[in-house]
Ligand binder design. Structure first.
Ligand code: G3P
Length: 203
């Protein structure tokens, strides 16, 4: 039990290492929470700081999801259910980082890292939905929401998925919809940020 608690704590701390905020500090950039959508994540890093910063944040936040869901449970010799719990702890750390006043990102990139490690099949379907939605609508937030629904449905209806995986995807769907509540409001009001071509410009 103690080892499980240590693993969850470690995963939460790894999740709290916000890529956008750490890299902004390291390279003397402005806090991404002050501009664009105000979110401390890869999308807003791209929006406010350009391709290089956005890609670096994406890789960083993906990797921490993978490490929290693979390395931490392996070191602590924990099973698949606890690995999912460690992944969830990392996503929660990303959203509520202890190192950054509990104001972090929306959890998508970190969750993708966890899914790469633990539920790659469901992730493939989610990514297909994500790409299709982004291309069709131009909204990253909407793509993330529908991609999450895709991951959840793929897991809930997969004969091979166990109870732990099903509980995990339901909890993550609730969390992702909660963290995207402002995106949902903006979408309904027709004021959501579009994924502009300008975002790809080098800055
Ligand atoms: O996960 C973040 C993405 O889905 C939306 O980011 O900055 O447009 O709110 P943003």
């Amino acid at each position: 039990v103690l080892l499980g608690v240590v693993a969850l704590g470690l995963a939460y701390l790894i999740g709290s290492l916000s890529g956008s905020l750490l890299l902004a500090r390291a390279f003397g950039r402005a806090d991404p929470r002050q501009s664009g959508s105000g979110n401390a994540g890869a999308t807003n890093a791209l929006r406010t700081g350009g391709r290089g910063y956005g890609a670096a944040v994406l890789v960083f936040d993906l990797l921490k999801g993978i490490i929290a869901a693979l390395a931490v449970p392996a070191i602590c010799e924990l099973g698949f259910g606890m690995a999912l719990a460690c992944g969830a702890a990392a996503v929660i750390g990303h959203v509520y980082p202890v190192f950054f006043g509990f104001r972090g990102g929306k959890g998508a990139a970190t969750l993708i890292g966890v899914l790469v490690a633990l539920l790659p099949g469901a992730l493939l379907l989610g990514l297909a939905v994500w790409i299709a939605t982004l291309v069709a609508s131009g909204y990253v937030g909407l793509a993330t929401l529908l991609g999450m629904v895709g991951v959840a449905l793929a897991t809930l209806f997969a004969p091979s998925a166990g109870v732990a995986a099903k509980v995990f995807v339901i909890a993550m769907t609730v969390l992702i919809f909660y963290t995207h509540r402002e995106n949902i409001q903006r979408l309904r009001a027709g004021r959501e940020n579009r994924f502009e071509r300008v975002m790809w410009r080098r800055r």
